[in-house]
Structure formats: structure tokens, C-alpha cells
Design a protein. Structure first.
Length: 161
């Protein structure tokens, strides 16, 4: 009797394990209507077209800005421009891109903090514009006046005589 029970148990176990090991069958689609997928695709395409139109408008605005922008000539104009750039850097991505473009056109050493801030921006257009604008400043020597250029010896030399 033990042999019969053991054989039946082994048979049941193998059937259960084989049944569990099978992958479930893939269900066939109830309908092959693709109109919903088509509608989703069309809405995504229209969003991309709107975004491309917006980018085109911004590019023309920036090119107009580049052709009409003039560097400040007085100290008051420079301070006013720095305040405007500082304010623009706290606003949206379009304003930040405009501020970086103006900073790049300005080319002054006071524009470097704005360009460095633009390198860490979330918008890739701002980062690219900042990198292009800051590359102009790379390798430029910084004008430094030293005491030797003025003609006075350093203090320790005077004490050594």
C-alpha cells in the first residue's frame, strides 16, 4: 500500500509542477482598432509642432536682440544692466536664455558670474549659450597691477637695506 500511495503522490506532484511551469497564454486582442493610438500620436505630434514654433520665435527674438543690443557706456548703464541680468536669471528659462545671451554679447568681466551661473542651469539651451559665451573669456590674461610695476620695491626689500 505504501508503494501505491507514494507512486500516486509522485504522479500528482509531477502533474502539478508541470502545470505550474507552463507560461500563461497570451490573450489575443479583442479588437484591432488603432484609432485611440492614432489620436494619441496626433496629439503628441501637434505638441511637438507647437514647441518647434515656439523655439523658432525665440530664436528670431534672440537674433533680433543680438543685432540691436549695445554695450553700456556709463557706470550707471552698467549697474542698470547688471540689475536687469540678475533679475532675469531668477525668472523663467526664456528670460535666463536672454540674460545669458546679453552677458555673452557684453563680454565684460562683470558678466562672468552670470555665465557661470548659466553653466549650472536646468535648461540645456541656457547651458549651451553660457558655454559658448564663456569660451570667449578662456585664456585671457587678467590685468593685474603689482607693486613692482609701480616702481616701488616691496616692503621687505626696504627693510633689508
Amino acid at each position: 500500500m505504501n508503494q501505491v500511495v507514494a507512486g500516486v503522490t509522485a504522479l500528482v506532484l509531477t502533474i502539478v509542477l508541470i502545470g505550474l511551469g507552463k507560461r500563461p497564454r497570451k490573450l489575443m486582442l479583442k479588437s484591432t482598432d488603432a484609432s485611440k493610438a492614432y489620436a494619441v500620436n496626433q496629439s503628441q505630434i501637434s505638441l511637438l509642432q507647437k514647441r518647434a514654433d515656439t523655439n523658432q520665435k525665440q530664436n528670431t527674438k534672440l537674433s533680433n536682440l543680438q543685432s540691436s543690443w549695445k554695450a553700456p557706456t556709463t557706470v550707471q548703464e552698467r549697474i542698470k544692466l547688471e540689475k536687469k541680468l540678475r533679475q532675469s536669471m531668477t525668472e523663467g528659462p526664456v528670460e535666463r536664455l536672454e540674460a545669458i545671451t546679453i552677458s555673452g554679447l557684453w563680454g565684460h568681466k562683470n558678466a562672468l558670474p552670470f555665465l557661470r551661473q548659466g553653466l549650472n542651469d536646468a535648461d540645456i539651451r541656457v547651458v549651451r549659450a553660457a558655454a559658448a559665451a564663456i569660451s570667449v573669456h578662456k585664456g585671457r590674461p587678467v590685468a593685474q597691477t603689482s607693486r613692482l610695476q609701480e616702481g616701488k620695491p616691496p616692503r621687505n626689500v626696504a627693510l633689508m637695506r
